[in-house]
Design a protein around this ligand. Sequence first.
Ligand SMILES: Nc1ncnc2c1ncn2[C@@H]1O[C@H](COP(=O)(O)OP(=O)(O)OP(=O)(O)O)[C@@H](O)[C@H]1O
Ligand SMILES: [Mg+2]
Length: 412
Amino acid sequence: MGEPEQEWAESILGQVIHTYSVFKDKTKLYPEYLPDRLPHREPQLKSLAQVFKPLLTSKSEGIHRVILTGGYGTGKTATSRMFGKTIATIAQKHGLSLKYIHINCYKARTLPQVLIAISNALQISIPHRGLSSQEMMKGIIDELEDTDSYAIVALDEFDYFVQSNPVNSVYFLVRMYDDDFLGKKRVHFIFITRNTSLIHSLDKSISTFFMHNVIYFPPYSSRELSSILKDRVELAFYDGTVSEEVINYIAHLEGYDKDGSGSARTAIEILMRAGESADSSGRQRVSIDDVRKAHIVVKPELAMLQDTLEALSTHYLILLLAIVKTLKKQESSFVRIGDVEETYRVLCESYGEKPRRHTQIYTYIMDMKKMRIIHTKTSGKGFRGKSTLVGISSAPLDILEARLEETIKTRL
Ligand SMILES: Nc1ncnc2c1ncn2[C@@H]1O[C@H](COP(=O)(O)OP(=O)(O)OP(=O)(O)O)[C@@H](O)[C@H]1O
Ligand SMILES: [Mg+2]
């Protein structure tokens, strides 16, 4: 028997340690984890292969450069890394020494830092002090020459580099071989950037080059996000903890064709936070309300909802409350307007208010959709006939319900 204090502490720690978790392996949801497959990025991978193929086949004399562009969380970094890893392996099979070097320009902020990062990755020791950029680059190329090797350097967050460095440094990298460079070209580049407008503001010769060598990463649709999330759920969660409804709901929130930004990063983060929310309340399944909670954590701007509520007139609030109550009662992510109207009429009665007509209610719903308080979709399978369905993404239902009841009470 241990000391009483120790037993006490042990039992508290035990409560945490022995508690069930929905996660089998949470690290599979971390941003730095590179999955084995990247669904919906086959075209971009193929284009990359197209650009660098000559390096494998003909010991090319040309210089290969490409720019990857697209919004936040659209898979640029992941695709580039996957390409680099794979092309290096394939090159090896061809008896060719090809190295892929991924550099984040947030970390290597200046030209000398970029060059140091390249030489470190190649395990070249060149003195960092007292050398000009030209001399450092020459050291790198000489080393590649001596070992008959090639390098593909990916400069990630390159927009940051363009913004924070003198234009000469940018030209140095982009135009590396422009000055009658003799011999084989050993260093090739992938430039990764969220927006291309910065690059268009550069010298015309550079911007024309970039225009012809762009691989675009469009934002993900909700269907695409569904399949990406499904893969991750299998890797990171225990069976049966995340339903298809939860997956589709997150995909709907973030899908570019719906209300979202089309970012896989945000979708995966919502999935992770929703799992944490289920864990912290000791539930063995992730619920739609866990997703709502996670959504505001990940997108704090949704907390601004309170201000929006203040601005709405009372019948909007009663209608919104009716939506919340119907969603709660049916425990689903979307409900039919017909069911909402029924709850709305009951609420009006209890508040002593005269209910508005159907057409008016429909207008209110469309208004609130525009204000992004609710979202709608048309019913598919599982509902009789075609009708409009409404859902709420902006707040956990309990919190929203309490706030609405409070606000309505003070109004009436
Ligand atoms: N097609 C995909 N399949 C599976 N996971 C993906 C896919 N696209 C992106 N991801 C995942 O989403 C997250 C964000 O992707 P990534 O970091 O590549 O985006 P990005 O385009 O570089 O965004 P940013 O511009 O913000 O850097 C990563 O965890 C990545 O693994
Ligand atoms: Mg990135």
